[in-house]
Every structure is written in C-alpha cells, then in structure tokens.
Ligand binder design. Sequence first.
Ligand code: BES
Ligand code: MN
Ligand code: ZN
Length: 496
Amino acid sequence: MDFNIKSGNPEKQRTACVIVAVFESRRLSPAAKAIDDVSDKHLSNLIRRGDMEGNKGQYLLLHNVPGMIADRVLLIGCGKEREIDDLTYRKIIANSIRALNTTGSLECVNYLTELSIKGRDHSWKIRQAVQIAEHSLYQFDELKSKKKKDRRPLRKITFTVPTRKELPQGEAAMNEGRAIANGIKLTRDLANRPSNICTPAYLAKQAQDLAKKNRSLTVTVLEEADMKKLGMGSLLSVSQGSVEPAKLITLEYKGSKKSQKPIVLVGKGVTFDTGGISLKPGQAMDEMKYDMCGAASVFGTIAAVVELGLPVNVVGVIPAVENMPSGTATNPGDIFTSMSGKTIEVLNTDAEGRLILCDAITYSERFNPEVVIDIATLTGACVIALGKHATGLLSNHNPLARDLLSAGEESGDRAWQLPLWDEYQEQLNSPFADMANIGGREAGTVTAACFLSRFAEKYHWAHLDIAGTAWISGANKGATGRPVSLLMQYIFNQTK
Ligand code: BES
Ligand code: MN
Ligand code: ZN
C-alpha cells in the first residue's frame, strides 16, 4: 500500500473517494461541514431525511456530490464526538478502510485522522492509521493455488493533517507507521507459515536473508555442535526428539555507538510444539505452529528498527527448535544441565519453552545488555488469566515493567503485569535437581516466569507471555503480529 500525507479542503481533492466523519446524532465533522457548504446542503438534507445517524459502524457512500471534484464521498459514523477514545478511533479507521475497499476506489483522501482524541496528537493518529490500514487489508494466501483478488484493489491512501504546518511531522509519523506495519506483516507471514515450511533451519535462512539486505545487521547461527560446546543442555533436550536440528539465531543491529548497551530481545522459536512425550491432545494442535510467534515478533521488530535506522543497539536472540516425541526424545524425569550450570528435572516435556529460553537468556549475558526482554507463547494459563486482549508481563525490575506497560498503552498493544513474588518460587522445587520445569496447576504463568527469572539475575529483565495475543483462533484464524507495536514503541521511547 502507498501512503501519503496532505492538508487542504475536501472539496478540492481530485481523488476517487473522500472520507469524512459524521457524529451521533446527525452532526457533521468539520470536513463534512465543508462538503455540505459547497454542495448546497447535500449532506444535511440526507441526514435530515434519516439516511445516516452517525452511529459507530455506520457508513454511507455517496456519488456525484455537487461541488465536489472527488468521484465519491464516504461518510463514516463515529458515535458521540466527545467519546472517541483510542479503541474507538482504531475501529473507525478500520471500518473506513474496509468500507472503502468494497467501493472500487483505487485511492482515497481520508479526513478521519483529524478526529480529536483525548491526549493524542497528529503523529499518533497517523502512525496508528497507517498500521490499521495495513492490518485490515492483510491476507495470508501464498499457499492457495487460486488467490482471492479484490475487484479493484485499493492502492493508495492519503491521510490528512489540518494545515501545512503539520505536514513534516505527519510524514515522519507515516514513515514510522509504515515501518512498524511492514515489521508486523513479516511477523504474521512467518507465523502463519506451517511447520513443514517454517522449520528452525528456515528461520535461520530468513535471518541471513534479512542481513544480506542490510549492512547495519549481522547474523550468526549456532549449530547443535556449537550449542553443545557452550553447555546448552536444556535447549538441546527439547530438539533431541526431532529430525530438525536446533538453531540459535542472533541478529545484531548497530545504530548507536559501541559503548551503548543493547536492548536484547529473546524470542521463543518452537516451530511446532507437539508437547513431546507429554503429548498434547489433538484438539487444535495445528495452532502449535504458532509456537514460534515470539521469534517472529523479534524478526518483525528488528526489521522495523533497521528500516527506520533508529539510533539504538538491538540484539535479537532466537532459540529455534521443534518439540517432537520419538525414541530419542526426553522422557519425563530426565535431568539436564543448562548453560548456567543449574540442573533441571523435566517433569513435563510440554513445558519446553522455558527450557530453550533459559539457555538463550544465559547466552544473552555476552552482549552486556541494558535490558533483556523475552517474548514467548509460553503458557496456556496466560490465556485463561488474561484472554486474547492483554499480553502477560512479568519483570525483575519495576521501572522496565512500567516502560513496557506504557509503551503498550500508547501503541494500543497492551500488556498487564502479573506478580513475580518469591513466594511462588518454591513451586519449582525438585527432589533430584536444582529445579523442576513445572510448578503445578496454580499460577502457571507466574511459575513459568519464576523459572526464567533464575537465569536472568545479572540484568534487568522482562518477560512477555503472548500465548493469548499472538494469534486468533476460529474462523479468522491467523497471527496478529503482536507485540511488535508495543516493542517498537518501547524502543522509540528509549531513543527520545
Ligand atoms: N506453547 C505452549 C503454551 C500454549 C498453549 C500457548 C496453548 C498457547 C496456547 C507451551 O509450550 C505449553 O505447552 N505450556 C504448558 C505448560 C505446562 C505443561 C506447565 C501449558 O501451558 O499447558
Ligand atoms: Mn509446550
Ligand atoms: Zn510451547
């Protein structure tokens, strides 16, 4: 999609469609009012006749509006003007793009970025609008032999700012929004690809391809033999049942001076999670191809950082494995030594995410990190606790947790903090090893984070459990691209 920023009156726009807001009840926005004035009250007459109330979700397409150069005018119902908050704004933009896409317009000028929302400036509104537009038009059809083609697909969206003065800021925000949207698309594509295509080796190849295109990015891939030398017994215990060899992928982006400590992002890359010998039930098991969404979000975030050339240092660390049952797989009760030297009794081979992350977290020490943030589809318990709206957040450093929570609020990609109290740690006691890999039924998301925290004692660390937010199930099954938006906002805020 092409995006553009413009200022100027709606009646002057030479375009296939001008999009303007109507509020409840029957009130015209300033842009709609301008059209009304040049059209001899065309809009107010329609509205008086009862064609449009201005309720949320409503829309009305008009042709040949007098006084307009544009071919069409699309009225979008926005509800009560005073009540437009972040969420309503996002829905309004999404509605406008979906409605527009059915009209046959190849391009448009969209005035909805001029709506006023408490506490939000033009940059925010444009950054969001660009992401939402890309998001609502996304399709994953690369594996369909016949693609569903839009009759006349939308090619270019112009968003408006009130005056010329806001153009430079608007353009900067558009570029940020586009880079984030591209990162999200990369994340969704990688995540949606099935496990017979998206293997650990495939992810390694993707990283190498990304680095080939960008000189600011270096990629290294560790093979199983390298990991064995480093003592990563915990990570390797997960891949030992699979014919797909494990890979440890590192992406290093240098956008700032060497002395600047990097933000390290660790992404869980289980390309398929059968559960191993502790085999999962068959129901919806296909969705375990999404168990690499943490890894995919690290790809997407780093690609967006690279596209914008942000003045930060960011390292992505991706442990990539497939969790399979077989004659060489781990048996429950098996004990392994992690890279940290700590020993782990694997009581459930389905709690594999923490087993690969702990070694990746220890490995991250070598980058002398400012912070380490891991992103993982780690626990079904998180889906029970928070559902699909909030990512679970746990951290050993409260200022970092607060930064991530506020980045979530600002980007609309929200997280909610759960406690990481010492009281929970004892649930991981093992009679035979330093710890067990499961902590019982209670507080499953917290005990998983407790397990990880034991490997992150040397630095500020946060854990994002995206089990509920990384993809949606049901008829519209697919990856969401979360939490790329949150992570990008966090990284932006660090550069300010
Ligand atoms: N990848 C799963 C977590 C998951 C399950 C995410 C369903 C999204 C939907 C993870 O590896 C797992 O299996 N966790 C177990 C842990 C348990 C054995 C302690 C779980 O949540 O059941
Ligand atoms: Mn599992
Ligand atoms: Zn898993």
